[in-house]
Design a protein around this ligand. Structure first.
Ligand SMILES: *Cc1c(COP(=O)(O)O)cnc(C)c1O
Ligand code: SF4
Length: 358
């Protein structure tokens, strides 16, 4: 059973022939697969969640390339160089992306368990246009020399595709630095390859330590959550690792009230705490997934806040070159005078509270 995740990877679904075992491809899909030069694919487990006959299936649209990726009206050129502040004066290894004083994103691999069609790191991960060198020891050295860094977010690609030994090495090296207070992993594997959460990995991640480990995964649609997901998340929690979710708001996939609510309720059902919902970034080739900027706040108001458990509510943010910026509802303060504030709830119902001077 522990080797199941490696079997899943060795049988990665990345040819038309293999894909046809799971779905009846439309002519458009087959044309895109044959003509676009791009990395694509996912695990047999995740592929099995696709709808065989519906090309609009939310999982299918995240997995199978589309001709629309070749249209690029709004995507920014050299997006990642801008986004990850790679053109600034500070000398940093390629593996370190910095937007904040106290924390960095540390890229340790470019391999993924799914090559998401909406990925904002597409230039690097999916299309391979941007070439960077992810030398782990160079990154660790840089972090060691920067005592102001207290939080390291290990990302990729997907860092959980590294071997148990490689993950253990990263954790051990980071925990040896007195200034590191927490380690985070950004990994989609609890969703696309839950078999990766093995006893061996639990041993590497688990146990009490001064420096805790937090995980954020990415789940965008309730169909992505299964009994296998629930088990994997439970295993992570049972060894002391918290699991959050960072969804991407995707047009036609999760941008309607029912799906959005079901997604966030179902995440809590399997013990995943919603953390962020990301506005689909202005990266190249993903215009067809992008909603208006206001959409996320509207969905939080109309689907979540007041409509379901408060824990189900993520923060809607846009990730930019100057950090993540919240784009949250601004409906709640209706007015203010010397005596009182007038507030509105998610239904537009009004209440007042006293305005207490400082
Ligand atoms: C997203 C990100 C972080 C972490 O942000 P949080 O809001 O703390 O989750 C840190 N550094 C970079 C470069 C990031 O992109
Ligand atoms: S798993 Fe993450 S890094 Fe990999 S393609 Fe998907 S969004 Fe991009």
């Amino acid at each position: 059973m522990s080797d199941e995740w490696q079997r899943q990877l060795s049988e990665f679904i990345n040819t038309i022939e293999k894909l046809k075992q799971y779905v009846n491809l439309t002519a458009e899909e087959e044309d895109a697969l044959r003509s676009i030069k791009t990395t694509w694919g996912t695990t047999p487990y995740f592929a099995s969640l696709m709808d065989r006959d519906d090309p609009a299936c939310p999982i299918r649209r995240q997995v199978i390339p589309s001709r629309q990726e070749q249209q690029n009206r709004y995507g920014m050129h050299d997006y990642l160089v801008w986004k990850e502040n790679r053109a600034t004066d500070e000398q940093r290894p390629d593996s370190i992306a910095r937007q904040y004083r106290d924390r960095v994103a540390f890229t340790v691999t470019q391999t993924c368990g799914i090559y998401c069609r909406h990925c904002f790191r597409k230039e690097l991960v999916v299309d391979g246009d941007l070439k960077l060198d992810f030398n782990v020891d160079e990154g660790l050295d840089w972090i060691a020399k920067h005592p102001e860094i207290r939080d390291v977010l290990i990302t990729g690609g997907d860092p959980f595709l590294l071997s148990d030994d490689q993950i253990e090495y990263l954790i051990r090296k980071l925990r040896a630095l007195p200034h590191i207070e927490m380690i985070r992993f950004g990994t989609r594997l609890p969703i696309v390859l839950p078999q990766r959460i093995t006893p061996g990995l639990k041993k590497v991640l688990g146990g009490y330590h001064r420096v805790p480990i937090w995980i954020n995964t990415q789940c965008n649609h309730p169909k992505e959550i299964t009994e296998t997901t629930a088990r994997a998340v439970y295993e992570l929690l049972s060894c002391g690792v918290n699991v959050g979710n960072q969804a991407v708001l995707l047009k036609g996939i999760n941008d309607d009230v029912e799906t959005f609510r079901e997604l966030h309720q179902k995440l809590l059902k399997v013990r995943i705490r919603p953390y962020y919902v990301f506005y689909c970034e202005p990266a190249p080739g993903i215009d067809h997934f992008r909603t208006p900027v206001e959409k996320g706040a509207e969905l939080i108001r109309d689907a979540l806040r007041g409509h379901t458990t408060g824990l189900a509510q993520p923060m809607h943010v846009i990730a930019t070159n100057v950090g993540k910026i919240p784009l949250m509802p601004d409906y709640y303060i209706k007015g203010k005078n010397e005596k009182e504030y007038t507030l509105a709830n998610h239904l537009g119902e009004i209440t007042t509270i006293p305005n207490i001077p400082e």
